[in-house]
Design a protein around this ligand. Structure first.
Ligand code: HEC
Ligand code: HEC
Length: 218
């Protein structure tokens, strides 16, 4: 009796199990490649997590940028730009060239799926009215639009435009200097080279510090 009941009921859990394990198999395969690259590295490229943090949060002290929660298309573009040499960085150029396009896409999607800054960002900023005005209002007399109008409230980024808050101060300044000297490419409709050239070095350093001070990790 017991045996009969068992054999009648047992097929159902098995079928349900199969349905669940088979459906997400493709999605799983894609993300497995991302996890492998992030945690173990591939093609002689070290684990990205070594520099960019266990969760893609970056390393402020060492100057490695945050990647978590950034748009996948943006991240993939950056890896392509390093690979073709149009965006300068000795270390990232070598790594990006060693990755295939499929691997670049997988790792871009891996970091895009991680939680971004969102509401974690604290708002204990240093008072600096001139810098706050540039971020919130811009300075139209010098053709500088408000940073937050594109980069989201508090600089936490939008679906398409990267976050600028909570990045290492050094990283931020280096990027602005790349745009000033033409060693970071400018996409169609991308205003960053013009903006970087219209800001003074003092303002760039001021904005970098201001945005970094908003972070919970002071
Ligand atoms: C040895 C440290 C190191 C490792 C390992 C490393 N990176 Fe980087 N990464 C950097 C540095 C330094 C920069 C800043 C370069 C610059 O100034 O443009 C950077 C920048 C980036 C950026 C640009 C971020 C932005 O906001 O535009 C991306 C994307 C990136 N890395 C992805 C990766 C991926 C993916 C891996 C693993 C395959 C990886 N990195 C491994 C050091 C590292
Ligand atoms: C009209 C929209 C717009 C405005 C206004 C704007 N940005 Fe940007 N910004 C962008 C876009 C688009 C990118 C991505 C560029 C790329 O793909 O390389 C970007 C990228 C950046 C980056 C690089 C982020 C990274 O992770 O490497 C920094 C830093 C930055 N902006 C700072 C600023 C500052 C500071 C201001 C204000 C003075 C500002 N932006 C105003 C559109 C804007």
């Amino acid at each position: 009796m017991l045996a009969a009941k068992f054999s009648q009921r047992s097929p159902w859990p098995l079928i349900i199990c199969l349905a669940f394990t088979q459906l997400p198999a493709n999605a799983l395969a894609a993300s497995t490649l991302g996890v492998t690259i992030a945690e173990h590295g591939i093609n002689d490229v070290p684990a990205c997590a070594l520099c960019h943090g266990e969760h893609g949060e970056g390393d402020r002290a060492a100057g490695y940028p945050r990647l978590a929660g950034m748009n996948a298309g943006y991240l993939l573009n950056q890896l392509d730009h390093y690979a073709d040499g149009s965006r300068s960085s000795q270390v990232m150029q070598v790594y990006s060239r060693a990755l295939t396009r499929i691997q670049r896409r997988a790792i871009a999607e891996y970091y895009a799926a991680k939680p971004g800054l969102g509401s974690q960002l604290h708002t204990g900023r240093q008072a600096n009215n001139a810098i706050a005005a540039l971020l919130n209002k811009g300075d139209w007399s010098r053709n500088i639009p408000a940073c937050f109008s594109c980069h989201g409230k508090m600089g936490t980024g939008s679906k398409l435009i990267p976050a600028i808050a909570d990045q290492p101060v050094h990283y931020f300044i280096v990027q602005m200097n790349h745009w000033r000297t033409g060693t970071r490419p400018v996409g169609e409709g991308d205003p960053m080279a013009t903006i970087a050239k219209n800001l003074t070095p003092t303002e760039i350093a001021g904005i970098a510090r201001y945005l970094a001070n908003e972070s919970p990790r002071k």
